[in-house]
Design a protein around this ligand. Structure first.
Ligand SMILES: [Zn+2]
Ligand SMILES: [Zn+2]
Length: 346
């Protein structure tokens, strides 16, 4: 099969590799769509070199089952599926409490930038016919948003500010609108994303790219009860958020930081601030965030097609990464790779 293999930062090549062989508890999926995640880009920006190349990235996967292991009883060849890409032990206290995003032996699964990828059967969620493979590849992102709102519930009439206009930030925007917030604002750098934010019901957008204005100088115009941090990376946004947070406010950190943040605890104490952190996705009331995310797509509550702005064939994966790494000119919100997409160079 063809796969887009990462050999090092900014070095992805499409090559021929063997189709993965499955164990008895696994399934083989013909990949139909796979999202490129911000975390995939960290590696290419040399912000996190924690994986040893060569490897096949891609964890936001949807596809069709083409083979099942001998011990898999609940899935069938030909079923359309989305992948919840967490390998867990299933036995530790966190797993037993269905907080498996905290599993003591957690591993993030990938392998989606390829024609075929294998996953443990427990990671596989069936998707209804109504959902396209592109939408299904976005379920993972939406599950991150849903888990964030499990960590910090929104009450009718809350004022909310979202800092960061990437796919997770915009998903949280939409979920906040659906939850009945009073005012919701989003601050970011991507003109196109901020435009989409308005379309999905956000009241106020703040373009921090204009005149390179720092967050602290922004005139929000309302008092946010909750600020969701959806930037992470090498930014120092946590400090700025601590400064703009009103007294009694809450901060929820969703972005994955690649550098230490310094926080003024005296300031946060004087505000009686609350800070929470949200990681990946898990369950609510025993139901995986993945299932609720699927329902929201089926019911058109979250219109994924507004968020998927760029599509590439498997052969174009290196180009897709290049484009994303220079996102400023391209206004990408979510880019996906469609390995099934026929391209004469494949
Ligand atoms: Zn992701
Ligand atoms: Zn566990």
């Amino acid at each position: 099969m063809k796969a887009a293999i990462t050999f090092g930062p900014r070095d992805i090549r499409v090559e021929e590799v063997p189709i993965p062989r499955i164990d008895e508890g696994e399934v083989l999926v013909k990949v139909k769509a796979v999202g490129i995640c911000g975390s995939d880009l960290h590696y290419h920006r040399k912000e996190s070199i924690n994986r040893k190349p060569p490897f096949i990235a891609g964890h936001e996967v949807s596809g069709e089952i083409v083979e099942i292991g001998g011990k898999v009883t609940n899935l069938y060849v030909g079923e359309r599926v989305a992948i919840e890409p967490l390998q867990i032990c299933g036995k530790c206290d966190y797993c037993r409490q269905l907080r498996y995003n905290l599993c003591v032996d957690i591993q993030r699964l990938a392998g989606g930038f390829a024609e075929y990828a294998k996953f443990p059967a427990y990671c596989v969620h069936r998707i209804p016919e109504k959902i396209s493979f592109e939408e299904a590849a976005f379920i993972e992102v939406m599950a991150v948003g849903l888990h964030t709102l499990d960590i910090q519930q929104i009450k009718l009439g809350d004022n909310v500010l979202i800092v960061g206009d990437g796919p997770v930030g915009l998903t949280i925007c939409r979920l906040c609108v659906l939850s009945g917030v009073h005012r919701v604002g989003v601050a970011g750098l991507n003109e196109r994303a901020l435009h989409v934010a308005r379309e999905i019901g956000v009241d106020k957008v703040f373009n921090l790219g204009l005149n390179k204005r720092p967050l602290v100088e922004m005139e929000i115009g309302f008092k946010p009860d909750i600020i969701f941090e959806c930037v992470g990376g090498f930014s120092q946004v946590a400090e700025e958020i601590a400064q703009i947070l009103p007294k009694g406010g809450k901060i929820v950190v969703v972005g994955i930081f690649k550098r230490l943040q310094s926080l003024d605890f005296a300031l946060l104490t004087s505000k009686e601030a609350e800070i929470k952190f949200s990681s990946c996705f898990a369950t609510r009331g025993g139901v995986p965030n993945f299932e609720l995310a699927t329902d929201l797509v089926v019911n058109q509550k979250v219109t994924v097609d507004k968020l998927i702005t760029h599509r590439f064939s498997l052969y174009e994966t290196p180009k897709a990464f290049d484009t994303l790494l220079n996102n400023k000119q391209h206004g990408i919100i979510k880019a996906i790779v469609l390995p099934d997409h026929k391209n004469e160079q494949l």
